[in-house]
Design a protein around this ligand. Structure first.
Ligand code: WT7
Length: 663
């Protein structure tokens, strides 16, 4: 049953849906339902059609070269990302606003395309002067200020790869990521405002750099000023504002091959060490450009706000590259949603900014929506949100309750909602509604974007009929797909292409209903959600095996009333360290030591609730640990199917030991 989005959603029942409002459909960038059929008929031609709307310095001679699992798109073509985001808009739209920014204390800046272009060119000249050139890596550890986008665009102008590290990450995370990519230069700021305080960034960089030998220069933006004194290391650290003085506003853009690397972005995913996801130039920009245009329905009159930090892929594709390639006006905010311009706690900063700036498109995450629901309906109700015309969601499945709250209290039952499924690895949106075309169902991301082919399969990779829960796969290459993991192509093949040869494995569960809508069901692999933290079981396992006593470890997440999930570790102890099974005290001591070991290494949130010392672990014949069975044991369930176990007796052995560790 369908109800029009103009009618009240208050009587919503599961199964109800919302058709696009007529006025929206009438003006939408994607208004022809045939787009799906045309794209499906020949996805390569579909993508090439959008790619050709970008500025190319040299045309490609082949749309796709596919040697699974390695793709090359727009082979032989040359282009530059910064000219596509800036130069090509200047003749007709130089005075259009590119970035409208608000700091947490309420300070504001606006940069037109012409101004942004001048700053990017100047900063590219700065980087060049510091020895940065094509193929070099640059770490960016910045707050949400326009200079973050300027730094990214300046790298792309020179053909240098940026690796943006989220400003909330620690010294160790910054050092690990900076070393993995071998960055020559790091760009940072003194600090930034968050919930009324200054968060220092430069001091984190100072702590990280002694263990980052590749970094020769740190360029420091002054944001916090007097509030955040910094120590400048002579010969290494330079102020942004000193370097920029007198720089030319012209810097020749490096002609990049379509397949030249554009950036690296680290994602923790399901395995231990963060993965440096590598995106390339032509395909990535085509994906970001096309999806921004069709999913967010960008128009010259819009003020578009994606609330993501530039440290995440959402910030790359939908704060910087996609919108600027479309000549959109982007809103950017530095601070926290619960802090006012007056420097006090509040619950309505977002709604206040939407009203004051007349923001028209809002793209945010379910966790923010749920926080706002908890804070109460009265906060958005105080504000005129009539400028809004489109809402988006990303990051995790949005529960129908949050979807409906967003629809009623923010969209005021006028605005279509696009629930967009994608990943760091996919580069751009993969499953989503098109706001003028698609009937939406709260909780479903609806359909694959035109030109994207997905399926839901069983454990063996066989396509499942509708209404069956299974594993999501992507069946054809797409332009903005990751090309590899930086420095580890083997891992790229293992993680994404080995589960089902020939199919891309994103690691999410999904169900396709009778109408062809996709419902995402969360991660199928080994991520635990402990007190709101995404922990990978592999991360804990790799630390446990670093302990001299541990030969092998398997970690699972056990349901926990308060934390959601809590880690439980099953370990095989090396013979020479193994306490005799009769020595209960010695086993307890070792278990306690291992908990402490994990806690020391990874932080208290990772401390296992329980460590079970076991003689062996249940494995399949191909040697994969069957965590599903360990979970069954830990949660006291009847064991599932054990028929694929190499040695079914092992499970009985572990079961008898389970619970013996009660410290
Ligand atoms: C994982 C990717 C894509 C940018 C933000 C996260 C989950 C993301 C949705 C959605 C259900 C979603 C998936 C995916 N996810 N969007 N609309 N519905 N799940 O990027 O850190 O690479 O995480 O986020 O599990 O695999 P990421």
């Amino acid at each position: 049953m369908s109800t029009d989005a103009n009618t009240s959603g208050s009587d919503w029942q599961p199964g109800h849906s919302f058709t696009p409002p007529k006025e929206f459909a009438a003006q939408a960038n994607a208004s022809d339902p045939e787009i799906y059929g045309r794209a499906a008929e020949d996805p390569e031609v579909f993508w090439a059609g959008y790619a050709s709307r970008l500025d190319w310095m040299e045309p490609w001679n082949q749309i796709l070269e596919w040697n699974p699992p390695h793709a090359k798109w727009f082979v032989g073509g040359k282009l530059n990302v910064s000219t596509n985001c800036l130069d090509r808009h200047l003749a007709t739209n130089g005075d259009r606003r590119a970035i409208v920014w608000e700091g947490e204390p309420g300070d504001q800046r606006t940069l037109t395309y012409r101004e942004l272009s001048a700053l990017v060119n100047q900063f590219a000249n700065v980087l060049k002067q510091q020895g940065v050139g094509k193929g070099d890596r640059v770490s960016i550890y910045m707050p949400m200020v326009p200079e973050a986008a300027i730094a990214m665009l300046a790298c792309t102008r020179l053909g240098a790869l940026h690796s943006v590290v989220f400003g909330g990450f620690s010294v160790e995370s910054l050092a690990e990521r900076t070393n993995d990519c071998g960055a020559k230069v790091i760009i940072t700021a003194d600090g930034y405002w968050r919930r009324g305080n200054i968060v220092p960034l430069k001091s984190v960089v100072d702590e990280a750099l002694p263990s980052c030998p590749s970094v020769k220069r740190a360029i420091v933006l002054r944001r916090a000023g007097d509030k955040c004194p910094v120590k400048m290391e002579p010969g290494r650290d330079l102020w942004w504002h000193d370097l920029i003085v007198g720089q030319s506003t012209d810097c020749a853009a490096e002609p990049m091959d379509a397949e030249d690397p554009l950036f690296i972005l680290y994602t923790s995913g399901s395995t231990g060490k963060p993965k440096g996801i590598l995106h390339t130039t032509g395909g990535y920009l085509t994906g970001a450009y096309t999806t921004t245009q069709l999913v967010f329905d960008i128009k010259p009159t819009d003020l578009y706000w994606c609330t993501a930090d530039i440290g995440w892929i959402t910030g790359h594709s939908y704060v910087v590259y996609g919108p600027l390639a479309n000549c959109a006006t982007v809103f950017m905010y530095e601070g926290s949603p619960d802090w006012s311009t007056q420097g006090e706690p509040c619950r309505d900063r977002f709604w206040d900014m939407i009203e004051r700036h007349k923001i028209t498109i809002l793209y945010t995450a379910p966790t923010l929506i749920r926080a706002c629901m908890k804070w109460g309906d009265e906060h958005p109700a105080k504000h005129d949100l009539s400028s809004l015309r489109l809402l988006g969601s990303v990051g995790e499945p949005i529960n129908p309750e949050a979807w409906l709250w967003y629809h009623r209290h923010i969209g005021r039952e006028r605005c279509p909602i696009v629930d967009t499924w994608w990943q760091t690895e996919t580069g751009s949106i993969m499953i989503t509604s098109l706001p003028g075309l698609t009937t939406t169902h709260p909780g479903s991301a609806t359909r694959p974007f035109p030109g994207i082919s997905v399926d839901v399969v069983d454990d063996m990779g066989r396509s499942l009929p509708p209404d069956h829960k299974g594993i999501l796969v992507i069946t054809k290459p797409w332009p903005s797909m990751l090309r590899t993991i930086w420095g580890d192509d083997h891992r790229y093949q293992q993680v994404y292409w080995s589960r089902f040869p020939g199919l891309y494995f994103p690691g999410d569960g999904a169900l396709r209903d009778m109408e062809g809508n996709y419902w995402l069901l969360g991660r199928v692999d080994d991520i635990m959600l402990v007190a709101g933290h995404n922990l990978s079981t592999m991360e804990l396992e790799s630390v446990l095996v670093e302990h001299p006593a541990v030969a092998e470890a398997a970690v699972i997440g056990r349901s926990h009333e308060v934390k959601g999930q809590a880690p439980v570790a099953f370990v095989i102890v090396r013979e020479e360290y193994a306490p005799p099974s009769s020595d209960g005290e010695a086993r307890k001591r070792l278990a306690a030591e291992l908990k402490e070991f994990v806690s020391q290494r990874l932080g208290a949130v990772c401390r296992p609730d329980e460590v079970i010392i076991s003689g062996d672990l249940p494995k399949t014949r191909s040697g994969k640990i069957m965590r599903r069975l360990l979970r069954d044991i830990a949660e006291g369930r009847v064991l599932g199917d054990t028929s694929t176990l190499a040695d079914p007796n092992i499970v009985a052995g572990i079961k008898s030991k389970y619970g013996s560790d009660d410290d």
